[in-house]
Design a protein around this ligand. Sequence first.
Ligand code: NAP
Ligand code: ZN
Length: 349
Amino acid sequence: MTTTTSAIAAPAPGGPLAPTTIERRDLRPGDVLIDIAYAGICHSDLHQVNQDWGTAIFPMVPGHEIAGVVAAVGSDVTKYQVGDRVGVGCMVDSCGECEYCRAGSEQFCVKGNVQTYNGVGFDGENTYGGYSRQIVVKDAFVCRIPEGISLDVAAPLLCAGITTYSPLRRWGAGPGKKVAVVGLGGLGHMAVKLAVAMGADVTVLSQSLKKQEDGLRLGAKDYYATGDESTFETLTGRFDVILNTVSAKLPVDAYLSLLRVGGAMVNVGAPGEPLEYNVFSLIGGNRVLAGSMIGGIAETQEMLDFCAEHGVGAEIETISADQVNEAYARVENSDVRYRFVIDAATIGA
Ligand code: NAP
Ligand code: ZN
């Protein structure tokens, strides 16, 4: 048995997206039914619709930045009640038994985590994401949105928030640390806010200075244009951590030269094209080139609580369902300030 719900889908690779309906499973004992209020548009949604990362499943209902309210719970659910404010990120299931699941790193489940969309559940059913009115998710993959963060600015935290929070924590962003954030988009603006809240000294490295005022308002101390070659001379050897959030290929060696001895460049940006670097850029300063994928469920809850405590939310532009294709074009052109969020009430309305 299933329930029909309105959604926005890419029927085929490349889009455009269009209204449709999808089926949601009836509640199993451990499931939560969520009335979605807002769904953020992540650049990963564009990569997946465009098959930048390989063959994907169509029709595709993207969306892994979901905020809403619990509408019903399965018979075994004790963690949530009807009316609770909740969020769902990039994963909706994992084996729960492997060493990574047990350590709270479900994203690295040895059986593969089940992605919120463009995935296949352990039941063999395709998954459909947050650009829809309702979703059914196992309670263990649902997080609580603390009071004090409204649902619209909370939605992007479920991917952009955790994807930047996790590496900033792991690589020690905090007082006395100089952190550079490359790219001021959805992830980048969250990285700035979070690193500032952690007490780090933050610099934005953006293609141009056109968003400088915003970057400084978000708490960055410095803002440089990477389109200006003198930037790389000025900043040589300056940073402890560089967080690369750029959705396209970057000249890695130039960025590595900005690290102090022992510093780390951590990549969260995920272009389809391989990055290239010269190994001497690492050897010549004991430098680290790293990556980071989202974060586990417990860490996502920790991030949400941290955001509530520090008054951190996303800067958003709320759109209706019929503006999604236009929003995609703007994300593609780095014309987003700083996350588009779909008002789910307009889906199928
Ligand atoms: P976004 O909002 O489009 O922001 C990306 C930013 O990168 C742009 O605003 C722009 O910033 C910069 N940029 C874009 N094209 C560029 C180019 N050709 N050269 C230099 N800079 C460029 O995207 P997002 O949603 O933040 O996602 C960013 C990337 O992270 C995507 O690849 C996404 O798939 C990936 N991602 C990874 C994870 C993970 O777990 N690792 C999770 C979520 C997303 P400026 O205008 O300031 O230069
Ligand atoms: Zn995402």
